[in-house]
Design a protein around this ligand. Structure first.
Ligand SMILES: Nc1ncnc2c1ncn2[C@@H]1O[C@H](COP(=O)(O)OP(=O)(O)OP(=O)(O)O)[C@@H](O)[C@H]1O
Length: 361
């Protein structure tokens, strides 16, 4: 396994002379730690597969370099990069037995038989494939076939990284839960660098130590699930992660106060030097706004509905033209369909042109 550095890396399918705004992958410089479990998360079309294919060598980037353990491997082919890849759909040999499929990547590289047997047995045990080792792959279900693909991706211990591109797409929802936790356990046991592409936040947050969020061809934040929840670096991260996502509200911000619709909301930090002319917004997660009885000094919102999620109730409200989700404490009712909004100042963030602004204490 290897530490992977991307240095000013960018890709355009339209060639290097295309305007940078149109690049599928906008310039990125970042490091993927040796042995890390990463998820590459973002909506369809944001550039995840492009970045993964640039790392694996399927695509040669229009600009920049990729280093594996400090060595520039940008011109090397996929094979020479020593990468294992698992795709959305099973890639296996139907005519071979399951054990032979798992052994194939090792046999191909001339690994001694005793070591192949040991490794295949270990991977089969970890993926619950032991009972199938002598069965022909062709007779198995799509789920079992994809498990074999995962096994083939994980069987080599000498790879620089294992790349997964939405590997649970074809898996039955019930088994998806099991496999997701299994992959995390496998990461702990096998000590491999893993990069897992998905558009599903639950999949990303359960699998990864570090989640890399992409939006419109850009890596907008890389952090632990808690960091992405507590301190989104970009309004997109706030909105995309969490259910419901973060409330983003246009505001005028001066010092320790935000003004929304003529009302003042206290902030936990001070913002004295916001960039002139920037679009200023505050961001607050629904978990840190409560609906309460309307009172002087509180913003008043119209309640559209209340979603009872068992552990927590969220009020879906309307504030002028904007929608806002807030926590509805136990016992909260509204006689006239309105509510006051009580914000927790320490959890309100300020954004200038969608980027987080660090306030002063
Ligand atoms: N071979 C290609 N030629 C031209 N444009 C492409 C090609 N492959 C992808 N794109 C474009 O590049 C952008 C990023 O696509 P990419 O497949 O990397 O995104 P993604 O986040 O992986 O999305 P998905 O989950 O839908 O695959 C999109 O606008 C897409 O249309």
């Amino acid at each position: 396994m290897a530490r992977i550095d991307l240095v000013d890396l960018a890709h355009s399918y339209g060639g290097n002379d295309a305007p940078q705004d149109s690049f599928a992958l906008k310039p990125v410089t970042m490091t993927w730690r040796q042995g890390g479990a990463y998820a590459l998360l973002g909506p369809s079309g944001c550039g995840k597969t492009t970045l993964l294919n640039v790392i694996s060598g399927i695509i040669t980037p229009s600009r920049g370099k990729i280093l594996f353990d400090g060595q520039d491997i940008t011109p090397l082919s996929t094979q020479k990069r020593n990468i294992a890849q698992v795709f959305q759909f099973p890639v296996i040999y139907d005519t071979m037995r399951v054990g032979q499929n798992l052994a194939f990547p090792l046999k191909n590289r001339g690994v001694p038989k005793a070591e192949i047997d040991k490794r295949v047995t270990e991977i089969a045990r970890l993926l619950d494939l032991e009972p199938y080792l002598n069965r022909k792959a062709t007779r198995l279900t799509a789920d079992a076939k994809q498990k074999i693909s995962l096994g083939r991706g994980l069987v080599r211990s000498d790879v620089a990284a294992v790349l997964f591109d939405e590997p649970l797409t074809v898996i039955d929802p019930e088994l998806k839960w099991q496999l997701r936790s299994k992959l995390k356990a496998l990461h702990r046991e096998l000590d491999l660098t893993m990069i897992y592409v998905t558009h599903d936040q639950t999949e990303a947050l359960t699998f990864a130590d570090t989640v890399v969020v992409m939006h419109d061809g850009r890596v907008v934040q890389s952090g632990t699930p808690a960091e992405l929840f507590d301190k989104p670096a970009h309004t997109f991260v706030g909105y995309f992660i969490g259910s419901p996502g973060m409330n983003i509200i246009p505001a005028e911000v001066r010092g320790r106060e935000a003004k929304v619709g003529g009302h003042v909301i206290a902030l936990g930090r001070s913002y004295d030097q916001l960039p002139a002319g920037a679009k200023i917004e505050i961001g607050v997660r629904p978990e840190f706004v409560d609906v309460v009885a309307p009172a002087p000094g509180l913003l008043t919102a119209k309640i559209e509905r209340i979603d009872d999620l068992g552990r927590i109730r969220f009020a879906r409200t309307r504030l002028g033209d904007a929608k806002l989700a807030a926590r509805a404490p136990a016992g909260f009712t509204s006689s006239d369909g309105t509510a006051g909004l009580k914000f927790d100042p320490s959890h309100i963030h300020v954004y200038a042109d969608s980027l987080l602004v660090e306030g002063a204490a």
